[in-house]
Design a binder for this molecule. Structure first.
Ligand code: HEM
Length: 375
């Protein structure tokens, strides 16, 4: 597609796709032409048939609403604020690692479990309910082969999770605690010169979004890491020799096999690229996964190399521009601590390839099962 159809059109599903680094980077920055307001997955865009997404969650808002909502949670996710969470994150990781046998499933027994604990505990979800939220989330993201719609079980899971958060918000309204839900209840947004509080539906939207984005992605990144390093043992050895390379390894993992491979936008005007015009109002897949392997930007892009030179704009896989990943600092910290822990736990390991199983999910790409054995 990058070489032969840089502005690709899919007749069957009626969407466009960009795959070259320069095109994806420019489009993802240009939120005026490439709007998020009709949804950020193709099923949302199609289902709403040109209506803006009903619930106001930051990922599917355009300015000025987007800025208002993002401001409310920005402070929690700055690198400085996130640094203060390091001991909690490490303790959470250690809690799961201490239960592992020499043979374990790097996703089902580890990577799937700890990220959701971290983000939902920040929100204020009681410990006993956190894994249930993850199971509902998994079900809601799963797709049948050939279908882009949420399954009936998925719809039910969405409702259950929304109802759960709704109830929790009522409890926090009565009895605030030191958590994000209580702070969102108190937060004010200024709209048309008037300050107002968020309603229950808006806070539920925040919780669902943060709980989802904060859990699934890190899980996929860590699962992908275990497979990618098994395929590239020389790179694992580099980390064993020098742990200061872990942050660079995280960035290269994100480029090489990012958990979020594409973002959807809807054009707000006709736009011509490489001689082809995408009409106003059409969905466009910005395939950052393909852009991250574009040989026009990355020399030898299919080589996994943690020492790769990181140019400006190196990574599109945390998004770019106004919607760039809010949780990037947290994700980087979780990834760094998880890799460091795995280096101690399985300095030498093998994966059982017959047991590898991919997820079939919207939004995220990665493994459901990665059986490993320390050797
Ligand atoms: C490796 C892990 C992660 C990856 C690969 C990732 C990827 C992304 C990407 C590509 C976007 C842009 C979406 C778009 O442009 O439409 C995004 C946005 C976002 N991410 Fe992450 N993410 C990760 C971890 C996290 C974590 C831990 C959180 C925790 C809170 C989080 C919260 C968000 C939120 C709230 C947005 C929407 C921001 C906005 O619309 O302004 N993400 N993420």
């Amino acid at each position: 597609m990058r070489d032969e159809a840089p502005v690709y059109y899919n007749e069957k599903y009626d969407f466009w796709a960009l795959t070259r680094y320069e095109d994806v980077a420019a489009a993802i920055r240009d939120h005026e032409t490439f709007s998020s307001a009709k949804g950020v997955t193709l099923d949302q865009v199609k289902a709403k048939d040109s209506q803006p997404v009903g619930v106001k969650i930051i990922i599917s808002l355009d300015p000025p609403e987007h800025e208002r909502m993002r401001k409310l949670v920005n402070r929690v996710f700055t690198p400085r604020a996130v640094a203060s969470l390091e001991s909690m994150v490490q303790a959470t990781i250690d809690r799961y690692v201490s239960q592992l046998d020499p043979s374990f499933d790097a996703v089902a027994d580890f990577a799937a479990l700890f990220p959701v604990e971290i983000i939902t505990s920040m929100l204020g979800v009681p410990a006993q309910d956190r894994q249930q939220l993850r199971l509902w989330l998994d079900t809601s993201l799963e797709r049948e082969p050939g279908s882009m719609s949420t399954t009936p079980e998925g719809m039910e899971a969405v409702m259950k999770s929304a109802a759960y958060y709704y109830e929790l918000i009522q409890e926090r309204r009565k009895k605030p605690q030191d958590d994000m839900i209580s702070r969102l209840i108190e937060a004010e947004v200024v709209e048309d010169g008037e300050a107002r509080r968020l309603d229950d539906i808006e806070i539920t939207g925040f919780c669902t979004m943060l709980g989802g984005a904060g859990a699934e992605t890190v899980t996929k990144l860590v699962g992908n890491a275990v497979v990618v390093f098994a395929d590239n043992p020389d790179q694992w050895q580099k980390l064993l020799d020098d742990r200061s390379k872990i942050p660079a390894a995280f960035e290269e993992l994100l480029r090489y096999e990012g958990p979020s491979q594409y973002q959807i936008r809807t054009t707000t005007r006709d736009i011509t690229l490489h001689g082809t015009t995408i009409p106003e109002g059409d969905p466009v897949l910005l395939i950052n996964g393909a852009a991250s392997r574009d040989e026009r930007f990355f020399p030898d892009p299919d080589r996994f190399d943690i020492d790769r030179e990181r140019k400006v704009g190196y990574n599109l896989n945390f998004g770019y521009g106004i919607h760039s990943c809010l949780g990037a600092a947290l994700a980087r910290m979780e990834g760094r601590l998880a890799l460091n822990t795995l280096l101690d736990l399985i300095p030498r390991y093998e994966i059982d390839r017959s047991g590898l199983k991919r997820v079939h999910m919207t939004n995220v790409c990665g493994w459901a099962n990665v059986p490993v054995r320390a050797v």
